[in-house]
Design a binder for this molecule. Structure first.
Ligand SMILES: Cc1cc2nc3c(=O)[nH]c(=O)nc-3n(C[C@H](O)[C@H](O)[C@H](O)COP(=O)(O)OP(=O)(O)OC[C@H]3O[C@@H](n4cnc5c(N)ncnc54)[C@H](O)[C@@H]3O)c2cc1C
Length: 427
């Protein structure tokens, strides 16, 4: 990998997401050598992926080059590499560009879409976990309308304009709201010769409420907002299969659709060599202690979505969200320096800053620890928080300008089929 061995201890970080980057920043200017490995050369701001899928933002405004984040840090190395295996016996990682020894290893590989073992759904549905996937979804949505315009088969036209989102968490809710706004504000102008009122947006949720995990008030208000936007919400319904045309459920409910969007869950992105059953728990996450050490190891750590840190308040592990990842990365940076200096490490304590979701223009729900609110003020807070956590001044400016423009013009200008998406169906 062409990385020199120095007298400094070598810390290898796998993953330049929220956790990996906040850890790397903490270790900057310290007497350690840091090697960050990621299969992408950019950091992705996942909370805004849905806006890329729906043409509200260009993909490059929510991505940031990892090399640029690290450019002023001495003793830092970035390698564009997919880590295939971790050899814990010999303290080395095996990647598609070679092998590398480590003194300390931090796994910050995040999560991947969880299809709960259903290979047919995996093959035929659309996911929204990466920028390429969001671009695929953007293309497919637009291609569907182009095709709907051409077909004289009414069933086919309805199926092309029918969007089924599985999962009523923040991702499903935000995507549904954005699609509903496109239906209302953009489709009638773009497709005057198509009856776009026939377009349908459905959320299918297996439990009895959407935004589970947020307050009852937030969940109910989000439901009201979505219903006003014309989104159909199906609660207590579980999708059982999708062959590319028909969605079946555990009830009599069946949907004919060309687009099933799977936002029903994620699971830890474990790596071979550190995926034994005794290390992996609920949600395919690595069991870690209060210092983020992976069970049974003193020099291997895990932070962010991949790490399952069980606390009294969170018996199933901390939520798979940006805040726990950022806070764990920062705290681990301090702890690693303490460990190297042979000082005792400090246990990680999660400061829950709350949760939020936007449903659309002027509509959001925010749950802070002591204060819960919904509506236009919540929407401003949602925008402010997302701008604040975006990496890069340019990205913040571009997103802000786009939002102002979209707000004033009721528009989403990035509705472009740059890279056509062709579905490969598996029956
Ligand atoms: C659509 C969507 C919307 C979301 N909205 C919100 C929200 O509104 N608020 C919120 O708090 N959270 C939200 N989240 C969750 C939040 O984005 C994650 O909790 C957070 O990204 C976790 O950070 P992380 O550093 O653990 O992992 P990630 O940010 O996922 O980073 C993992 C990194 O590891 C790299 N990687 C993985 N495996 C390998 C490998 N084998 N080799 C090399 N590199 C590898 C990946 O390329 C990636 O860069 C959302 C997530 C999604 C998908």
């Amino acid at each position: 990998m062409n990385i020199p061995r120095t007298s400094y201890p070598r810390i290898v970080i796998i993953g330049g997401g929220f956790a990996g980057i906040s850890l790397a920043k903490k270790l900057s200017k310290q007497e350690v050598q840091v090697v960050l490995l990621d299969k992408h050369n950019y950091h992705t701001f996942q909370p805004l992926l849905y806006q890329v899928s729906t043409g509200g933002l260009e993909p490059d405004s929510i991505a940031y080059p990892i090399r640029k984040i690290l450019k002023d840090f001495p003793n830092f190395y970035f390698r564009l590499a997919h880590v295939d295996e971790i050899d814990t016996l010999n303290s080395r990682v095996i990647t598609d560009i070679g092998e590398l020894k480590f003194d300390y290893l931090v796994i910050a590989s995040g999560s991947k879409t969880n299809y709960f073992g259903n290979e047919t759904i995996k093959a035929n549905s659309m996911a929204m976990k990466t920028i390429p996937q969001s671009l695929n979804l953007r293309s497919l949505i637009l291609e569907n309308f182009e095709e709907a315009l051409l077909t004289s088969d009414l069933n086919e036209r309805n199926s092309l304009m029918n969007f089924v989102i599985v999962g009523g968490g923040p991702t499903g809710v935000e995507l549904a709201g954005a699609l509903a706004e496109i239906k209302k504000g953009i489709l009638p102008k773009d497709y005057p010769d198509l009856d776009t009122r026939l377009a349908q947006i459905h959320i299918v949720q297996s439990s009895d409420c959407i935004l589970k995990g947020m307050s009852d008030k937030a969940s109910q208000k989000a439901e009201d907002f979505l219903e006003k936007l014309g989104v159909n919400i199906w609660k207590n319904v579980r999708v059982t299969n999708y062959d590319g045309k028909t969605v079946t459920t555990n009830t009599d409910l069946v949907f004919e659709t060309a687009t099933l969007i799977w936002a029903a869950g994620v699971m830890g992105a474990t790596i071979k060599g550190l995926d034994a059953a005794e290390l992996v728990t609920r949600g395919n996450r690595l069991l870690v202690n209060e210092f983020n050490q992976v069970k049974g190891f003193s020099t291997i750590f895990a932070v962010g979505d991949i790490a399952c840190l069980v606390t009294e308040e969170f018996p199933d592990g901390l939520p798979m969200m940006a805040q726990p990842a950022i806070q764990q990365g920062e705290q681990l940076g301090d702890n690693m320096l303490r460990l190297i200096e042979e000082k005792p490490m400090k246990p990680f304590v999660y400061k829950d800053k709350g949760a939020m979701a936007t449903i659309g223009r002027n509509k959001a729900v925010v749950d802070l620890k002591h204060f819960k609110f919904q509506g236009i003020f919540a929407w401003y807070v949602w925008m402010y928080v997302h701008l604040f956590f975006l990496i890069g001044f340019r990205n913040r400016m571009v997103v802000f300008i786009n939002w102002v423009y979209n707000y004033i013009r009721f528009d989403r200008e990035a509705r472009l089929i740059i890279r056509p998406y062709k579905k490969k169906l598996k029956r």
